[in-house]
Design a protein around this ligand. Structure first.
Ligand code: BT5
Length: 255
């Protein structure tokens, strides 16, 4: 493991670089429990058991960008959806700036390019006595891998930046730009400017305006995605004309 420090806008980001790990989120959690400071980054070249939400697998061969952030904001658990939104916005802006592509965000955690998932985010909270002691934000970006390196089962929905661009992406430039965007959003978040994050989230979500099906625990909600709540939830208007705010779930764009 190699450790380096990056100073961004006066803030210290500590990056721990690993070769192969099971999951950067697991290492980040362990380091968080051992007292790792705010703005710690765990980066791996490869993950053997990368994880998605709800114990799904996240395939992470060499060449991708697989990292987890340990963040220690003083917040309540319900505010974490804004950190998820901020992370997705940071990934999308980095893809736009470094790759010159036009990404879109599918609620709640998919970054798409040409309608293919090129990145996903997994946010996990560690709570103690009812308070959030730290947050682990795991981010996977299919950077310099070919679609053929991913298993058959995900190829229909996944995309990789190298394949889409037809050329490899500068990994270090992507990482640094991404951490700069993270610092920008994280400082907004910590200074209480959540409205700015929510506004940007509203502007960037390609889900709004679409007909969607959202699978939430114990229920499936179908209708028109009509907007975003101040807590980053998705507002869905059903055929009966009832509007529901959904905070977690799996969303399918129907058309
Ligand atoms: C996610 O979950 O999209 C969150 C992915 C987070 C991955 C990062 S990598 C660094 C950190 N360490 C970890 O262990 N995890 C985080 P979800 O929305 O549940 O999507 C998971 C689904 O995406 C899977 O069931 C597959 O269908 C699909 N999938 C798996 N690997 C993929 C890949 N490399 N590219 C695109 N889709 C993939």
């Amino acid at each position: 493991m190699k450790t380096e420090t990056l100073h961004i806008a006066g803030q210290k980001w500590i990056i721990h670089r690993y070769e192969a790990v099971d999951s950067t989120n697991l290492i980040a959690r362990r380091m968080g429990l051992e007292g790792a400071p705010d703005r710690t980054v765990i980066l791996a070249e490869e993950q053997r058991s990368g994880r998605g939400r709800l114990t799904r697998k996240w395939f992470s061969p060499r060449g991708g960008l697989w990292l987890s952030l340990v963040l220690r904001p003083e917040i309540e658990a319900r505010e974490c959806s804004k950190l998820m939104a901020a992370s997705a916005l940071a990934v999308a802006e980095t893809i736009r700036e470094v790759c010159g592509l036009s990404p879109s965000i599918k609620w709640p955690n998919d970054i798409l390019v040409e309608e293919k998932k090129v990145s996903g985010i997994l946010l996990e909270l560690e709570c103690c006595d009812g308070r959030v002691s730290f947050v682990v934000v795991g981010i996977g970006v299919n950077l310099n891998i070919g679609l053929a390196e991913l298993p058959e089962e995900v190829r229909a929905l996944a995309g990789t930046l190298k394949d889409i661009m037809g050329t490899p992406v500068d990994h270090e430039r992507f990482l640094r730009t991404f951490l700069q965007k993270c610092e920008c959003y994280y400082s907004l978040f910590k200074s209480g400017r959540h409205d700015k994050i929510v506004d940007e989230w509203r502007r960037s979500l390609s889900t709004v305006g679409r007909k969607v099906r959202v699978i939430v625990p114990g229920e499936t909600v179908e209708g028109q995605a009509v907007g975003v709540g101040d807590d980053c939830s998705l507002l869905i208007c059903s055929v009966e004309g009832e509007t529901k705010a959904i905070s977690v779930g799996d969303c399918i764009h129907l058309r």
